[in-house]
Design a protein around this ligand. Structure first.
Ligand SMILES: [Zn+2]
Length: 260
């Protein structure tokens, strides 16, 4: 699998943004694969504005965002990814029609250095930052865009496909993607937000086995994120039940849990 953009696809475009968009989309369908099932990615016949590609095998939809990076810049993920219209994002999220997000970083010379997938089941309003409206002099005056914040996403929702110019094992990528599909059954965004926050706490504990007390250590953070809730501990226990039922956690004994 090549990590090099094919420059031939850029020939008929003048703007660098368009050139990169075209080359990166082509690279994706020719050299990468669907992280949900390993199938082949394809482009929509007539370039729709948002949903760039889909999987021919399982039908998952993907939006690709690309960013130029320096070798040094690769060491740390950016804090946020610039995305499209704020209103569209919020509507899609409510309707559960948000595409999965692929984030690609390339180096000068158009070599792909990293590729990350954020499965759509991780999208909740807390990740979306509203940008200021474009100024009156802008071509699209008043238009409001959004950023996607990466930091609040649990690690398990930021799946590397390529890291430091090396493809991760395909089976590993697919199994991580599949592991959190249960989140899609959660229709209410508020309830999903709670689940994701508790998943983050489990990651922060950083142990394979942990106790209820370990997770209560993060009660203040959860209270900050959900100021209207007056019984955070009960809410935590409820989320742990959901995570157990989904096979994400196992109950080992009284108040002891294991990450599966
Ligand atoms: Zn697929």
């Amino acid at each position: 699998m090549s990590l090099q953009f094919n420059l031939a696809y850029a020939e008929s475009y003048n703007s660098e943004t368009q050139r990169v968009r075209r080359m990166s989309e082509k690279w994706l369908v020719e050299e990468s694969y669907c992280p949900a099932c390993g199938g082949r990615l394809a482009e929509y016949p007539n370039n729709k504005p948002v949903r760039d590609t889909y999987c021919e095998d399982c039908g998952e939809k993907y939006e690709l965002k690309s960013k130029k990076s320096s070798e040094k810049g690769l060491l740390k993920l950016p804090e946020k990814i610039v995305d499209g219209a704020y209103a569209t994002m919020m509507q899609d999220m409510e309707a559960q029609t948000t595409p999965n997000l692929l984030f690609l970083q390339y180096l000068s010379g158009y070599t792909v250095a990293s590729l990350l997938v954020i499965p759509k089941q991780f999208f909740v309003p807390a990740l979306i930052e509203k940008r200021n409206p474009l100024s009156k002099t802008a071509r699209r005056a008043g238009w409001v865009g959004c950023n996607i914040l990466l930091e609040p996403i649990p690690q398990v929702g930021r799946i590397p496909i390529i890291q430091n110019k090396v493809f991760e094992p395909k089976d590993k990528v697919i199994s991580i993607f599949q592991k959190t599909l249960f989140l899609r059954h959660q229709q209410k965004l508020e309830a999903k937000g709670w689940l994701l926050d508790v998943m983050r706490c489990v990651e922060l504990i950083g142990k394979e086995e942990f106790t209820l007390q370990d997770i209560y250590q993060h009660e203040a953070m959860l209270k900050d994120l959900h100021p209207d809730n007056n019984n955070v501990q009960a809410k935590i226990r409820q989320q742990l039940q959901v995570l157990r039922d989904a096979g994400f956690l196992a109950f080992v004994g009284r108040g002891v849990y294991r990450v599966v």
